[in-house]
Design a binder for this molecule. Sequence first.
Ligand SMILES: CC(C)(COP(=O)(O)OP(=O)(O)OC[C@H]1O[C@@H](n2cnc3c(N)ncnc32)[C@H](O)[C@@H]1OP(=O)(O)O)[C@@H](O)C(=O)NCCC(=O)NCCS
Length: 178
Amino acid sequence: MRLSSYKPTNAEEIKHLFTRVFSDSEGDSEGLLIGNLAYDLMTETDDNDLYGFITIDDKKIIGSIFFSRLKFENEVNAFLLSPVAIHTQHQGKGIGQDLINFGISHLKENGVTLIFTYGDPDYYSKVGFSPITEKTVKAPFKLSQPEGWLAQSLVSDEIEPITGNSYCVEAFNRPEIW
Ligand SMILES: CC(C)(COP(=O)(O)OP(=O)(O)OC[C@H]1O[C@@H](n2cnc3c(N)ncnc32)[C@H](O)[C@@H]1OP(=O)(O)O)[C@@H](O)C(=O)NCCC(=O)NCCS
């Protein structure tokens, strides 16, 4: 198994992986939505605003994760982790946690100080995330599940409050996915 940064030439295979995994776990329409979201991220996001990583096994991409820039009114080097998928047949073996940790250490080496995500608190607490409120840091859109708003600092033990709004990259600029 090999972990690496994704390349633009992987875009179709990665889209297919997200579509398949989310179709398996949440149904075909969610699969299409997340496959297209991953593709939009790869094809429409400025290079400076996106990190993507893959897990390769036997020459096939079996895992993928993206981190896209979250901007604030003051200068904070922050990214949003989303989406992440591990091939259905390879889930539950630690591959997801390895890929998330691989991505996070790469971002840390590149000077990123804060990472956010929006998902299952039980799962993401295994890789360093804690729940935060929107009073501490505002999400870019109104959250349908505020308990899923999570953060981790890569430079301190606490999440300092950030005033003002946050702004996601274009692919996430859709209120219905928040
Ligand atoms: C969520 C996902 C990325 C995790 O990757 P994985 O390789 O299966 O998970 P790991 O083997 O690294 O982690 C296993 C641990 O997380 C827990 N876990 C796995 N998936 C979970 C989930 N969806 N919710 C809560 N806990 C979960 C397991 O119980 C296990 O706990 P343990 O270490 O205490 O035994 C993967 O299962 C997946 O792609 N799921 C479908 C798509 C999805 O939901 N993506 C995340 C939202 S963007």
